[in-house]
Design a protein around this ligand. Structure first.
Ligand code: HEM
Length: 536
């Protein structure tokens, strides 16, 4: 490693690569599927998805990649993604991902086996009803205001400009929001540190470590005592479980049986505890054990926290390099919102901000790879420019759908590397087997989605395992961005190249998103040239 391995940096895959990836190239291949051939060094010092992209350019829509004894099929094509995610959705489970996440999320929706998943998905999806989402917009605004108050305080003490790691700020904001909205627990992480916050970050960090570490050494019982990070993980889990169990017991003790219609008709803005936990206990509390509820809450805590923080981080990174987009966004926020806290109706009006969120998710999808394992033999379509007869795969095949590759595919997108939120207002013709991009295919949608793009755009996955928190997440990101853009001018503290990437479950920076923040006069849309002048 060139920098000698700074403390705190996770080398994860790359470290192990030196020991285990001596045989990245699997000369045998499988049937008619190309095999990725490159140097092992292709994988060093950069996130895995960069190498997967280069091999996509070289080998086409589907290829096989061998990691030591293990082989993965890598997919970079909307036609094949559509087949796996929608057309044969129950022919696949989460494979490696479930192995990694089960010790943390138990039988929560993401790693759950099919039977458990069916029951819990039916219970969880109705919890994201319209009245709940509307109430959550208020939570996003109140938590966003805390971040604004904190930044205002820092600016006041720093003479008008402050250097700050915005990734860390977004992470705190997203943690506070997810705690209140999922189980009505205020972490208060924007303003303070506490043992439970440390425990949650510890578990998130471990989830990430496990998702990028090749050997599941934590499965060997002695590792739990011998390896310090595994001892810490056990302590962190115990602390979070105790808090979640308390919250579940409290919710059960105050349970009121409700029917869905009555619940939805309530004025949620006046409900003290509008959390998902409250809903799950009141609606179908007897259906789920405490353990299952814990697993559901833990899953949503992890699934909903880092993903949204990452969207805000990369949106800010791109905006700081695109003054014209900032000017357009600020003009929209001034016009629609002025000084008010955002409402659901405002979010519908903040079209350009929504497109910024969508474009950030296209360039930096969270997670960048979807992981699946085939439960039965299947025949995958060849995909664009692929093998006309497709590819037979046996049961037990591990697959990566590289959302990063699909989102940046030159076959599906014009100028795919460019940050251009307006692209989602334009149509693009398709090719054989792919319907192209057409916004009119999903009229009135809150965000550009996989239906418009016929699976060339998968920010929240697609098919039966699609994200349950998609609308929640888009609204949260829009409120967060709108509240910051109307008050501050944000420039990168260094060059874009200084901001290096690292991947775990999501794409995040290696050393933080360091920005220079200064106050903006609310109500004065910054002209593109002026903004350019403050952007390094
Ligand atoms: C699933 C992305 C926010 C809960 C997924 C999947 C993606 C995704 C791509 C599909 C995974 C797969 O097919 O393997 C995102 C992004 C978010 C976000 C980009 C933020 C911008 C949230 C939030 C919640 C949530 C806020 C809950 C409060 C879930 C759950 C699943 C899931 C429970 C599993 C669904 C199932 O298997 O039935 N998410 N998510 N996500 N997400 Fe999200």
């Amino acid at each position: 490693n060139e920098d000698g391995g700074k403390p705190g940096r996770s080398y994860s895959l790359y470290d192990q690569a030196s020991n285990l990836l001596t045989n990245v190239l699997n000369p045998g291949g499988s049937g008619n599927m190309p095999v990725a051939e490159g140097a092992v060094s292709d994988l060093f010092g950069r996130p895995l998805f960069f190498a997967l992209y280069d091999w996509f350019m070289e080998h086409g829509p589907i290829y096989k990649l061998a990691f030591g004894p293990k082989a993965f099929v890598v997919i970079s094509d909307p036609i094949i993604a559509r087949h796996i995610l929608r057309e044969n959705t129950f022919g696949y489970d989460k494979g490696v991902l479930a192995d990694i996440l089960e010790p943390i999320m138990g039988k929560g929706l993401i790693p759950a086996d099919l039977e458990t998943w069916k029951g819990r998905r039916r219970a969880v999806v109705p919890a994201f009803h319209a009245a709940y989402l509307e109430a959550m917009v208020g939570v996003f605004g109140r938590c966003g205001q805390r971040t604004v108050d904190k930044l205002d305080g820092l600016l006041a003490g720093a003479g008008g400009e402050v250097r700050i790691d915005m990734e860390a700020e977004y992470s705190n904001l997203a943690l506070d929001i997810i705690g209140i909205s999922v189980f009505n627990y205020d972490f208060g992480s924007v303003t303070k540190e506490s043992p439970i916050i440390q425990a949650v970050y510890g578990v998130l960090y471990e989830a990430e470590h496990r998702s990028t570490f090749y050997v599941p050494y934590w499965k060997f019982p002695p590792a739990r005592w011998l390896v310090p990070r595994q001892r810490k993980f056990a302590t962190d889990m115990a602390q979070i479980n105790a808090t979640l169990t308390d919250l579940i017991n409290q919710a059960r003790d105050t349970r009121q049986e409700e029917d869905l219609e009555a619940l939805q008709q309530r004025d949620y803005s006046k409900v003290k505890d509008a959390s998902l936990l409250r809903f799950l206990v009141d609606m179908r509390g007897e259906d789920a054990t405490n353990q299952q509820l814990r697993d559901d809450l833990m899953t949503m805590l992890i699934a909903g926290h880092e993903t949204t923080a990452a969207v805000l981080t990369w949106a800010t990174f791109m905006l700081a390099q695109n003054p014209a987009a900032v000017a357009k966004a600020q003009e929209e926020v001034d016009r629609v919102l002025g000084d008010r806290q955002p409402s659901l109706a405002d979010i519908k009006q903040l079209e350009f901000i929504r497109l910024i969120v969508a474009e950030s998710l296209r360039l930096y999808p969270q997670p960048p790879l979807l992981i699946r394992r085939s439960l039965q033999p299947d025949t995958l379509p060849g995909g664009h420019n692929g093998h006309p007869e497709g590819h037979a795969i046996p049961a037990g095949t591990d697959l990566f759908i590289s959302v990063y590759n699909v989102h940046r595919s030159p076959y599906c997108w014009n100028d795919p590397e460019a940050f251009r939120p307006e692209r989602f207002q334009e149509s693009r013709p398709g090719f054989e087997g792919w319907a192209g991009f057409d916004p009119s295919r999903s009229p009135g949608a809150l965000y550009p989605n996989e239906t418009m793009a016929d699976f060339a755009y998968l920010p929240f996955g697609g098919g039966s395992r699609k994200c349950v928190g998609d609308q929640f997440a888009v609204m949260e990101s829009v409120v967060g961005l709108a509240m910051l853009l109307r008050r501050y001018n944000i420039a990168l503290a260094g060059t874009p190249e200084d901001v290096q990437m690292q991947t775990g479950a999501t794409i995040h920076t290696k050393d933080g998103l360091w920005c220079r923040l200064s106050k903006r006069q609310p109500g004065t849309a910054v002209k593109a040239q002026e903004q350019a002048a403050v952007t390094v």
